[in-house]
Design a protein around this ligand. Sequence first.
Ligand SMILES: O=C(O)CCC(=O)C(=O)O
Length: 277
Amino acid sequence: MSNPYTLTDAQKAFYHEQGYLLGLPPIYTPAEMARINADLPNLLALLRPGEDPKDIREWHETSTYLYELCMNPKVLDLVEGILGPNFFLWASNFFIKPPFTHATVGWHQDAYYWPMAPHNTVTVWLAFDDVDAENGAMKIVPGSHRAGLLKHSRSTQTDSVLTLELESGTFNEADAVQFKLKAGEVSLHDDRAVHGSPGNPSPRRRAGLTMRYSGTHVKNDLSINPHFKTYLCRGVDEFHYNPVGPVPTQRFARPEFKAVSVEEAGAEAEAVHKKTM
Ligand SMILES: O=C(O)CCC(=O)C(=O)O
């Protein structure tokens, strides 16, 4: 029997044309997902006062709980269909919207935030809950990844959990499609795709884990994100451009560093980043 996680030519063509992919076979059964969810409080318990789940970034470097989710062979098969045989894992983070929350994820392109070149990152968004229009599922503008990077601005007047957002008028919000996933299912998106998500006015939680993978030819700018670590998922790293992280040994543990993107690194990093865009 053929591997259902090996992308077909039609799926690959859709991803490259539209910048995202849905309709994939579930990664986890409802029972498996229930166990994963039951373990999540052990990770959340490591958050410090003043932090929230958004601060769980790159904890796959220290927690086998997350490392195993990121290295699931089914997920890696899907990613291989897009990135080819040689790629690494470098990021993971949670987007959790509790019931009745205003917080949105403003429209953005991931690649704008990351001091990495060239742009060749796939995000796998693993649904921890059923997500849909009612509880603020992610929206994406099909084909927007082909327009290159658009202008983002710093905004303080926003409900967004991000502080850099696309200026309105730079893309057509009306074209956006909203994802609908069952818990245990995933979507894939390109790092240049315009996406965001509304608040969650529903009584249901909306939680997802993003897992980010790049081709081995992608290089991170360590002067902006000095903590960047890679974990080879498939193939070989012929380039050795980036530091390699140690595989975690504890089930639940947090790194001592705080991961940095262009957003957190501030205006100075933004200026450097813009020059290399
Ligand atoms: O979960 C969301 O609503 C947004 C996720 C996101 O921005 C991302 O995966 O880059």
